[in-house]
Design a protein around this ligand. Structure first.
Ligand SMILES: N[C@@H](CCC(=O)N[C@@H](CS)C(=O)NCC(=O)O)C(=O)O
Length: 251
């Protein structure tokens, strides 16, 4: 299996975590943001990552990929066995994918985009000197396109900031006596919620730490959430369940 991904991204983290949780050996190929789209379109008819290539077939969309991995490799399970629990777990995943993910991504990047050099550092982290130089040169020019692409206008950012406490309320209400969102074991609901919130919470076990120093806005945003039960819950899920990487070297 080959995962085409962005290192920094929360949707991609969902798939990495699933592969690692199920201990499925896979090759990872990091895409250069912006330069990835043509290849993704050619492979899948849409421009986004993650894309997982399984037995030569590319699959796009984190939820679809996880669904396929669960079907092929049901053990250890991420989907609850009980149908009602399973439906609730998948609904929680959908809420975090559709409602929370675009807003936390917006908040993360809103703290970087005013500083082109810092934005370029995050986008090109982990690549060689040539790519880092390319991003240092291109980001100041392409910043407006990037802003538009992820909806980084002041009204959208303000709305994302306003809605953040409600997203944490929603999460915290669903943490059960077991400490998990559905039933009494770790499931797709916990994985999706915790992975999506990494965009702004950046737990230490996240596979690709963003370069230091973090933007002052990100530090402030994260600190403002540190007292929330939902913050502690994400840190706990990462500490207890993130596990080790199943990435293997390319053949
Ligand atoms: N619903 C998709 C969303 C994936 C997504 O938004 N990917 C972003 C990275 S976080 C992307 O590829 N952006 C590049 C672009 O917009 O061209 C999923 O669950 O995988």
């Amino acid at each position: 299996m080959r995962l085409l991904h962005f290192r920094v991204s929360h949707f991609n983290e969902k798939v990495r975590w699933t592969l690692d949780f199920k201990k499925l050996p896979h090759v990872r190929e990091a895409m250069r943001p912006g330069l990835h789209a043509r290849r993704m379109k050619k492979l899948t008819g849409q421009p986004l990552v993650p894309v997982l290539i399984i037995d030569g077939t590319p699959i796009a969309g984190s939820a679809r990929i996880i669904d396929e991995l669960e079907r092929r490799h049901p053990d250890p399970p991420l989907y609850p066995a009980d149908p009602a629990d399973r439906a609730r777990a998948l609904a929680i995943q959908q809420y975090f994918d559709d409602e929370v993910a675009p807003e936390v991504r917006r908040l993360f990047w809103s703290t970087y985009v005013p500083d082109s050099a810092a934005t370029a550092r995050v986008l090109s982290d982990g690549f060689g000197a040539g790519t880092r130089f390319l991003f240092r040169t291109a980001v100041p020019v392409l910043r407006a396109v990037f802003r538009k692409n992820i909806g980084l206008d002041p009204a959208n950012i303000a709305r994302a900031r306003e809605r953040l406490p409600a997203h944490f309320d929603h999460l915290e209400k669903q943490i059960g006596p077991s400490g998990y969102l559905v039933g009494d074991r770790f499931s797709i609901a916990d994985l999706a919620a915790a992975a999506i919130l990494t965009a702004i919470l950046r737990p230490p076990q996240f596979s690709y730490p963003i370069p230091e120093p973090w933007s002052p806005g990100l530090v402030e945003l994260r600190d403002s959430l540190a007292q929330r039960a939902g913050f502690r819950w994400v840190m706990d899920m990462y500490a207890r369940h993130r596990g080790t990487s199943s990435e293997v070297a390319p053949p």
